[in-house]
Ligand binder design. Structure first.
Ligand code: ADP
Ligand code: ZN
Length: 437
């Protein structure tokens, strides 16, 4: 490991569109040949009558089979392993937000490539070796801990592996060691700020410059609220265990979509019903194929995350394609009285109000066979003047704006600050108490 540009893989970061295409065509052939060494893909390819040699360029990716979360579960524990088990040095599992976890394996080179992607991501977000970095993510099987940790070390920052929770200690560490860059879920970052305000403290006094925020969906309105509270730049960070973890896509200082590292992944956006590509720029399901992973190559992984491609040139000069802020996961979509609603649509309305805090939950129930939605949202300690009059007006405004946004009337309960369950990792925003039938 020598100079910075090598540590962060600058030659990949600066690739032109032509170089990316050429690299992808080569790398896809290698990745498919590698995948064929796993029992899972060997069987899949055979079933389809596909020889690894049939894949000659990146456009041939469409000839490959899709891989779903369920395939990963079926292949558990190690049907997708493509190397001798002695070559594996690490495994992770997905955090299991949506069911039984799945296991992902890495060789030494895989771990190193991941660290490079992560270092590159932090670099484009503005972090530099002289920054002090605090990682507030869970260590262990969850990839947000070790993933960010190895990347931040590779970049050369001073790393504080704080882990999640213990808010008072987080604040002390940030202060005492002059932390300039943090990584957290947006919901936890919000919780820390609100705790500080409750104690008469000001999050701005921490002097954090950059926050890498991800692992869960959040809106542009939530970003603005956090930036306002802390005075930092909040950079969107995307990844998933199946594709290593964080370091798949990251924002540059223009904060207009996340550059997705195309030297390591081939990107497709498909219509989840027809499985056909959507017209360029339209929203669909993100599908990713690993290009540089030896232990566990995955072909056309259906992430279930909904986004769109941004192909216009980014003012930062990097040519890796950008993906827009996620609408949510396809399985986050709520069907309420036959209407499709994403929690992000509700968050957008709530976060626009200066009298409201950053914590909310959505509760779904059934009354007389009709779906009911109740939104509980905390009032802000700051903006609210404490009068019943204001509260009444606020509820009325929220109900009207939500109706405009989602098309039906929701019950809104404005509650005391700190009264809803606080999030340390991924926030659980929806409680569905409707029973089937
Ligand atoms: P699980 O699928 O069990 O939650 P992961 O820890 O691998 O396991 O989480 C990855 C998922 O987290 C992604 O597929 C996506 O749904 C969500 N996610 C990660 N980063 C972001 C982000 N910046 N915006 C929206 N969603 C995100
Ligand atoms: Zn950019």
């Amino acid at each position: 490991m020598t100079d910075l540009s090598e540590r962060i893989g600058e030659r990949f970061e600066k690739m032109s569109r032509d170089e990316i295409a050429e690299f992808q065509s080569e790398a896809l052939q290698t990745s498919v040949a590698q995948a064929a060494k796993s029992p899972w893909f060997a069987a899949k390819f055979k079933e389809m009558g596909l020889e690894p040699g049939d894949i000659k360029s990146r456009d041939d990716v469409v000839k490959l089979p899709f891989t779903t979360k369920n395939d990963l579960r079926l292949s558990y524990p190690a049907q997708m392993l493509a190397v001798d088990p002695t070559e594996v040095i690490r495994m992770h599992t997905s955090s299991g937000t949506t069911g039984k976890p799945t296991a992902i394996f890495h060789t030494r080179q895989d771990v190193s490539n991941w660290a490079e992607l992560m270092a590159r991501s932090l670099y484009i977000a503005g972090a530099r070796p002289n920054d002090v970095f605090q990682n507030m993510s869970g260590y262990g099987l969850f990839t947000g801990g070790l993933g960010l940790h190895y990347g931040a070390e590779r970049l050369g920052m001073w790393v504080i592996p704080a882990g999640p929770g213990n808010t008072a200690r987080q604040i002390t560490l940030i202060r005492d060691f002059h932390v300039t860059v943090v990584h957290a879920t947006p919901s936890y970052a919000m919780h820390v700020a609100e705790r500080m305000i409750a104690e008469g403290d000001d999050p701005k006094s921490l002097g954090i410059k950059i926050a890498a925020l991800g692992a869960e969906p959040y809106t542009e309105e939530m970003r603005f609220k956090l930036q306002d509270l802390y005075g930092f730049k909040a950079m969107n960070s995307y990844g998933l265990s199946e594709m290593n973890g964080p370091g798949v896509a990251f924002e540059c200082p223009y904060q207009n979509g996340m550059h997705l590292w195309e030297d390591s992944y081939i990107v497709e956006i498909i219509n989840p019903q027809t499985l056909r590509p959507v017209p360029e720029g339209e929203i669909g399901e993100l599908v990713l194929t690993t290009l540089r992973r030896a232990a566990m190559p995955i072909m056309r992984y259906r992430t279930r995350d909904l986004t769109r491609l941004i192909t216009e040139k980014c003012p930062c000069g990097r040519q890796h394609v950008r993906i827009a802020r996620f609408v949510g996961r396809s399985d986050d979509m709520l069907i309420i009285r036959g209407v499709n609603v994403f929690p992000s649509q509700i968050e957008e309305v709530l976060m626009r109000h200066k009298w409201l805090g950053g914590n909310y939950i959505i509760i779904l129930t059934k009354a007389a066979a009709l779906d009911q939605m109740t939104i509980k949202v905390e009032i802000s300690r700051d903006g609210f003047d404490g009068t019943v009059e204001t509260l009444r007006k606020l509820r009325g405004d929220l109900q009207r704006q939500l109706k405009e946004q989602i098309g039906f009337t929701a019950n809104v309960e404005v509650v005391e600050p700190g009264s809803l369950p606080a999030s340390e990792g991924k926030a659980k925003r929806v409680i569905d108490e409707r029973t089937a039938g």
